[in-house]
Design a protein around this ligand. Structure first.
Ligand SMILES: Cc1cc2nc3c(=O)[nH]c(=O)nc-3n(C[C@H](O)[C@H](O)[C@H](O)COP(=O)(O)OP(=O)(O)OC[C@H]3O[C@@H](n4cnc5c(N)ncnc54)[C@H](O)[C@@H]3O)c2cc1C
Length: 424
């Protein structure tokens, strides 16, 4: 594929990663891009999403920052979920002077709308669930959809996440048949409710707060700013020691009963129970966390397929920045294609560059998680009380140095790469 005038790219999945990639690639005149989404219309499961300086950087590059707004995350309270004791009040570490917008928690639908508004018309095909893909060697990749239509693409971007239904993770599973995800034992239940409905409960709506328990935690946060007519508030309940899910199907955004969620907070502070009681039946959504062996390489089939976002590295919400990682992946892929096209290099070289830049970044995240896990293990052994343990956990696990994530400047990453290759 040297010197081709038009590269035909198929993106599978319309989450933040797929949409970000569609925006970045549609700006390249030599790329013809199509995005295939299994849902019949835009759909976003989940409640709020944290956006930090790294998110603003990539959203600015995609021209999609406008309209993304939410609640501030400054002054986060950390508490013992059983006793309510305040363990620390921490200004958000991501509140960088480099970007006055700082860290916010926004409704997921806002991010989705902002991205959708930047995808040129005619690119997204809804109700197109990919069920099969096949390597056609020099002729590209054949894609077959559930409605029996098919197409051939020069490049496939797997942005299909890890979501439910038996045929999920189709691109990664076809590319890497021996790579399996397994249930981590953690489930999150998430909801957003009108903030006014929680106003009668003391200490819940005044700050972003984490309430840490023995077998889980609860998170409360604004997802709207003051300009909203009916500001909403997020509640996430997490259980760490949940039983194995029969059939190991990924459960993602499915409704959960109030009884199920309430049973997870029975041993917690009354304020948590009161807040959870406010949620109307049918509003909770359940997300089971799955993870698998880490991937060293996120491209395949002789560089015709690239995996981005959760499809390559499902981090189960660790770092609270997965949507940004997915968008950064797409932006870098676009830069790499632009670069190889300008030098009349094969398209496959662009994927190699994408892998060279992004795989070590993901590896660094996993190193950080391993380190935190080890520190946590030590803290469990060395601390004498639960509060003492929680303080150690908060210090190392939550507020260890994560500037490489929250302040990541993806444009600078690309510039540094170009400078480095120029020197060789
Ligand atoms: C509890 C929790 C909290 C989190 N908090 C944050 C946070 O605060 N900030 C943050 O940035 N991230 C957070 N994340 C992570 C974030 O949600 C993900 O990293 C992000 O959504 C990944 O985006 P994606 O585009 O890769 O995949 P997804 O968002 O999963 O999108 C995948 C898309 O592919 C589609 N699809 C799937 N299969 C097919 C198919 N066969 N054919 C066609 N389409 C298909 C799906 O319908 C979907 O639209 C959190 C995650 C969890 C679980």
């Amino acid at each position: 594929m040297v010197g081709r005038t038009l590269i035909n790219v198929a993106i599978i999945g319309g989450g933040p990663g797929g949409l970000g990639t569609a925006i970045a690639l549609s700006q390249l005149p030599f790329v013809q891009v199509s995005l295939y989404e299994k849902n019949p219309e835009p759909r976003e499961a989940g409640a709020g999403i944290s956006l930090s300086t790294n998110a603003w950087k990539v959203l600015d590059l995609l021209g999609a920052s406008n309209g993304v707004k939410g609640g501030s995350k400054a002054n986060t309270h950390q508490r013992n979920a059983h006793t309510g004791t305040i363990l620390s009040v921490v200004p958000s570490p991501e509140n960088s002077k480099a970007d006055s917008r700082g860290a916010i928690r926004a409704r997921r639908t806002r991010l989705q709308s902002a991205l959708l508004s930047r995808v040129p018309e005619g690119i997204i095909r809804y109700d197109k669930k990919l069920i099969h893909l096949e390597d056609l060697a020099n002729d590209g990749v054949r894609l077959v959809f559930h409605d029996q239509t098919e197409t051939v693409a020069d490049l496939v971007v797997g942005a299909d996440g890890i979501q439910s239904e038996p045929i999920s993770q189709i691109v990664r599973r076809t590319l890497l048949p021996n790579h399996h995800l397994s249930f981590t034992g953690t489930i999150a239940w998430r909801v957003i409710v009108p903030k006014a409905n929680l106003a009668h409960i003391s200490d819940i709506t005044s700050f972003t707060s984490w309430w840490w328990g023995e077998t889980g935690h609860v998170y409360f946060s604004d997802v709207d700013d003051d300009s909203e007519e009916t500001p909403h508030f997020e509640i996430t309940v997490r259980g760490y020691r949940e039983p194995e899910i029969p059939g190991k199907t990924v459960v993602w955004g499915v409704p959960a009963t109030n009884d199920r969620v309430e049973s997870r907070v029975e041993k917690y502070d009354q304020r948590i129970k009161d807040a959870v009681n406010v949620v109307p039946e049918g509003a909770w959504r359940e997300f089971a966390m799955f993870a698998g062996p880490r991937l060293d390489r996120i491209i395949g089939w002789e560089n015709k397929v690239a995996l981005i976002g959760d499809a390559s590295h499902p981090l189960s919400g660790a770092f609270g920045s997965g949507a940004t990682f997915a968008m950064e992946d797409g932006w870098i892929l676009a830069r790499a294609l632009e670069y190889t096209q300008s030098l009349s290099l094969p398209v496959g070289d662009a994927l190699e560059i994408f892998n060279t830049i992004r795989s070590p970044y993901y590896a660094r995240m996993y190193e950080h998680l391993d380190e935190s896990e080890e520190r946590l293990r030590k803290a469990r052994e060395e601390t004498k009380s639960f509060d003492e343990f929680l303080r150690a956990k908060i210090k190392y696990f939550l507020y260890g140095d994560k500037d490489f994530i929250y302040k990541n400047d993806i444009q600078k990453v690309w510039k540094d790469y170009i400078e480095a290759v120029g020197r060789h």
